[in-house]
Structures are given as structure tokens and as C-alpha cells.
Design a protein around this ligand. Structure first.
Ligand SMILES: Cc1cc2nc3c(=O)[nH]c(=O)nc-3n(C[C@H](O)[C@H](O)[C@H](O)COP(=O)(O)O)c2cc1C
Length: 252
């Protein structure tokens, strides 16, 4: 069983690829939370978590999901984490390990793969050819992760932590809380009122009012799904995102 969270398809792609290779099911954490589905028979192994790196840490709802998760494991469970990132993961792996320990859940190995960076408040989405290049390299890296998981390799195989991971996560992750404020989102007059952002928001934060999205909760996950899937690119976050393009993994 592979649990994943994905805003723009990278983790979904990686989770589905691994699930296929390992002949296990891929479970969308957002759907699981929505349906309050927290109990799983994990005797069919391995068990994996595929998560994006956010502010050199983990998306906010991961801790809540893990705190409710009830898994029935086999005798010698093998549980791995795969982080996807645009540049580096910092100490996100250790953050995850700590959460697993708190919950008395088994944890065996950490991996990380670089994919296209979707953080448009700061960075531009790379041109199509460059994005394809990154995703091709990610595919090779995912094959290697698959092979290591099949061999049940134990340990920390994350080579993408970057410099001073502990320091960078300790310094930067606290800002995630502030950046999750939905007042940073705006919608332009280009909005056609299709409601896709509202229907697909994993945090169910958006409502439609007079044909336009309104972020009704003060904070969200900041997955940026709404911004990236808007068919007319009418949603922005902060001043710069609009110049930085839109991205969704083309392989899902
Ligand atoms: C709120 C937010 C914060 C992010 N922070 C980081 C980061 O600290 N380091 C990094 O390398 N990439 C960061 N990214 C990029 C994502 O981790 C990366 O694009 C990931 O593959 C997205 O996965 P998804 O398509 O499944 O949502 C961030 C993205 C978002 C939306």
C-alpha cells in the first residue's frame, strides 16, 4: 500500500509508478481524509508514503493523517518514505521519522527524487523541454527507488537534503504556517467561473460566490492545486506567481 499526497501530480505519478511495480494499491491521502478512512490492512507489503517537500518539511495534514492511521502490519513490516522536491528536502525525512516514532509506527527507509518545482510564488516553471528532462531523470531515479524497495533496503538513502538540513528546516519550516494564509490568493477578471478550483481543492477551502472562488478558511495546505489547474490561469498567489507559469505533471 502506498499513501500519497499530491498538489500537482508529481507525487501521484511517483506513487502510482511504485504501486504498479510493487503490485500494491496507491491511496490518495486527501480522499482518505475526506472519507475518514484511517484503518488499513497493511499485511500486504511494502508500505510506502510519497510526499512533496514543503518549506523543507512536510505538508501540514500529514501529521494529522498519521495520528489517526491504524495499520495492521505483518511480522516484519517494511515501511518507506519517498519525498519529491524541486531542489532539496532539508530535514523533512527526519520530521517524518519522528512522527512515525510518536505513533509507534514502523519505519525502514527514506528516499528522495527531484521533480519539477511547483512553488511559483518564488520560482518559474521551467520551459517544456527542461521539465521533460527533469521528469525523465526522475523516472530513472524512481526505478532505482523501486529496486531498493524490492530489496527491502533499510536506511536513509536521501541524497537531496542540501546543506545544513537541520538548520534550514528549523529556520524555514516555521514560515510555512504564515504562507498558508489564504489571503495571499487572488483571482483575476479572467476567471470563467468553471468551479474546478472549488471542486478539486484538497482542503475544501474554496467556495464559489457570484461565480468566483473565495477562500473561506484563513489557512490551507498551500498545495497550489487551484492555481496550477485553473484553465485560464486566473488564480495567483502573492505578486509574482502570475509571471511564473503553471505546472501539472503531464504523465498523470
Ligand atoms: C508550499 C510549497 C513548498 C515547497 N517547498 C519546497 C522545498 O522546501 N524544497 C523543494 O525542493 N521544493 C519545494 N516545493 C516544491 C515541491 O516539493 C515539488 O514540486 C513537489 O514535487 C510537488 O509535488 P506534487 O506535484 O505531488 O504536489 C514546494 C512546493 C510547495 C507548493
Amino acid at each position: 500500500m502506498i499513501f500519497y499526497f499530491s498538489g500537482t501530480g508529481n507525487c501521484r505519478y511517483a506513487a502510482e509508478k511504485l504501486a504498479h511495480g510493487l503490485s500494491v494499491e496507491a491511496i490518495d491521502m486527501t480522499e482518505a481524509i475526506r472519507h475518514r478512512a484511517y484503518e488499513y490492512d497493511c499485511t500486504r507489503e511494502p508500505v510506502g508514503f510519497v510526499l512533496p517537500t514543503y518549506y523543507w518539511g512536510l505538508p501540514i495534514q500529514v501529521a494529522g493523517f498519521l495520528s489517526r492511521l491504524v495499520c495492521r502490519f505483518g511480522k516484519k513490516p517494511y515501511v518507506f518514505l519517498l519525498l519529491t522536491c524541486g531542489q532539496s528536502t532539508g530535514d523533512a525525512g527526519r520530521m517524518f521519522a519522528r512522527l512515525m516514532k510518536e505513533r509507534n509506527l514502523p519505519f525502514s527507509a527514506t528516499f528522495a527524487v527531484k521533480m519539477v518545482d511547483n512553488y511559483v510564488p518564488l520560482f518559474s516553471v521551467p520551459p517544456k523541454e527542461k521539465a521533460e528532462e527533469i521528469l525523465e531523470a526522475a523516472d530513472v531515479a524512481l526505478d532505482e527507488v523501486l529496486a531498493q524497495v524490492m530489496r527491502r533496503q533499510m536506511g536513509d538513502f536521501n541524497t537531496l537534503k542540501g546543506k545544513a538540513p537541520k538548520l534550514i528546516t528549523g529556520t524555514i519550516y516555521p514560515f510555512y504556517r504564515y504562507r498558508r494564509r489564504t489571503r495571499h490568493f487572488a483571482v483575476s477578471d479572467d476567471c470563467i467561473g468553471c468551479g474546478r478550483c472549488q471542486r478539486e481543492c484538497p482542503a475544501k477551502t474554496i467556495i464559489m460566490a457570484e461565480g468566483k472562488p473565495v477562500w473561506k478558511k484563513p489557512q490551507c495546505i498551500l498545495c497550489l492545486h487551484c492555481l496550477h489547474v485553473c484553465p485560464v490561469h486566473a488564480i495567483s498567489y502573492g505578486k509574482r506567481s502570475i509571471k511564473h507559469g503553471q505546472y501539472f505533471n503531464p504523465n498523470v
